[in-house]
Design a protein around this ligand. Sequence first.
Ligand SMILES: CC(C)(COP(=O)(O)OP(=O)(O)OC[C@H]1O[C@@H](n2cnc3c(N)ncnc32)[C@H](O)[C@@H]1OP(=O)(O)O)[C@@H](O)C(=O)NCCC(=O)NCCS
Length: 154
Amino acid sequence: MSSSVSVRRARARDIDVIYDVIRPFWQEGLILERTRDDIRHSLDHFRIALFDGILAGVISYHDYGKHLKEIRSLAVKKEYSRRGIGSRLVKSLVRSLKTADSPKIFVLSYSPVFFEKNHFTRVDKETLPEKIWKDCINCKDADKCGETALVYMK
Ligand SMILES: CC(C)(COP(=O)(O)OP(=O)(O)OC[C@H]1O[C@@H](n2cnc3c(N)ncnc32)[C@H](O)[C@@H]1OP(=O)(O)O)[C@@H](O)C(=O)NCCC(=O)NCCS
């Protein structure tokens, strides 16, 4: 039997599993730390991917207003990687964020190749609104930051 992937909005009962999926990645420094309270407060922004009914990946976004959204907290459990789950999550979230206002959708990521495969293009951080990159100036890793800024272009 072939495996199936589905994406849906997160619900309160998913909070603990979402936390468990993203924790190893923020512990590695690949994504921002999220607490359970954090997840609870922005639950409406989370989508989850189910692989054969098991929660295998999550994605979220930060809302800077109707013209600007940032993809955050994208994580796919290591044992489910390279099965198209990350791409399904990005596609589904981007589709729901694309409204009549055509917001700019961006991401700051250590996995730029993955996002390029999903219709994002690399941009200079400075082309994003100042509120996004002003914290970088004071960051201790500013000189050696490996994060790439990308914007959805399709
Ligand atoms: C990045 C991540 C979300 C990708 O999830 P995934 O489900 O494995 O991605 P997909 O299977 O949809 O990958 C699609 C394509 O992207 C590319 N890709 C995926 N992961 C990649 C990686 N780590 N390095 C380079 N290319 C990658 C591949 O070309 C892949 O296609 P292929 O398998 O046919 O070669 C996942 O590896 C992850 O959770 N990483 C850690 C957290 C992170 O960096 N999140 C992004 C922060 S914004």
